[in-house]
Design a protein around this ligand. Structure first.
Ligand SMILES: Nc1ncnc2c1ncn2[C@@H]1O[C@H](COP(=O)(O)OP(=O)(O)OP(=O)(O)O)[C@@H](O)[C@H]1O
Ligand SMILES: [Mg+2]
Length: 288
């Protein structure tokens, strides 16, 4: 299969975002994500994590600069082409956004049904994934009757079930205990091993440090280098704190847009795409 000239799945160049006439909440954000990479997006509350994710799932367009998704500048996308592009992006929203009138099962089945997957396959995959995230007994429940952590797991299952090209998760483990958080992170890692590019916004520093992976860090709307120890690869020596270059993360150079300003965030393991695998084959692998 021929690769696009730009094999970064995401590219931001001096992107800025403001809401209405308010101040810029993202400023001069420049980075690229290689296909198959895995990154944590960190930063204090209000730093702009959810806003950056909104640009990534095309809920908003940047108010200046460039955001390109799958090699296409989002500013040039016509409205009718957005749904097809969005279907390649799985999103775990910070506030879940489950459909209140649908059961747990039907919420999770939705992306597969939209994609035209056969009923028997939908049933099998949804049942297996929900059992895996510990919601076997809640399949028929409506979201309003579930706990926060249960709703969060439904949201995660819905985002990953269709094996999207890009998975974005906004604080996806904020409502579950540490053990479940780790289990869910392994689910994201497994999806990543199959080729999905993953970006997870989180406050959970211990998980970030424990799992390694690339790191994008926002401070007051500006993207900075990963915090110490956070930008390395999982297979690196613990505590090896690289200069920006060798970690794959380069400093954003204000005032020099283009090459020098690019944070090339491909400091992560390559993807190992496999043929389309049924859910049970990927959710059960390598997970404690
Ligand atoms: N819809 C909106 N309208 C106006 N301002 C907004 C809107 N959403 C976010 N902001 C502002 O943008 C800034 C970044 O908010 P954002 O939600 O992206 O932060 P965050 O890093 O996700 O925070 P948290 O960790 O609390 O979720 C904040 O100053 C916030 O007030
Ligand atoms: Mg947020």
């Amino acid at each position: 299969m021929k690769k696009a000239a730009d094999d970064n799945i995401v590219r931001f160049e001096n992107a800025g975002l403001r809401y209405g006439f308010g101040p810029e909440v993202l400023q001069d954000v420049t980075f690229a994500l290689a296909e198959g990479s895995f990154h944590f997006l960190t930063g204090e509350s209000g730093a702009g994590k959810s806003s950056l994710l909104k640009l990534l799932y095309l809920a908003l367009k940047p108010t200046r600069g460039v955001v390109a998704l799958f090699g296409r500048d989002v500013a040039s996308l016509a409205r009718p082409s957005l749904p097809a592009l969005r279907r390649q992006v799985g999103v775990v929203f910070q506030e879940f956004r489950l459909l209140a009138h649908l059961s747990t099962f039907d919420n999770v089945a939705l992306p597969l049904r939209i994609a035209g997957v056969r009923g028997s396959e939908v049933n099998r995959n949804v049942t297996e994934l929900l059992a895996w995230v510990g919601l076997k007994d809640q399949m028929k429940a409506r979201p309003s009757t579930l706990s926060g952590g249960q709703q969060q797991r439904v949201a995660i299952a819905r985002a990953v079930i269709g094996r999207p090209k890009l998975l974005l998760a906004d604080e996806p483990t904020g409502n579950v205990d540490d053990r479940m958080a780790l289990r869910l992170m392994h689910l994201f890692e497994e999806l990543n091993r199959l080729g999905t590019t993953v970006v997870i916004a989180t406050h959970n520093v211990s998980l970030v440090e424990r799992l390694g992976h690339g790191r994008l860090h926002l401070e007051g709307g500006r993207l900075t280098l990963g915090a110490p120890g956070g930008a390395g690869r999982p297979d690196k020596r613990p505590g090896a704190e690289d200069a920006a270059g060798s970690s794959g993360l380069g400093a954003s150079a204000p005032g020099s847009p283009g090459r020098g300003a690019t944070i090339d965030a491909r400091g992560v393991e390559p993807a190992h795409p496999t043929a389309q695998a049924p859910v049970r084959e990927w959710i059960l692998k390598g997970v404690p």
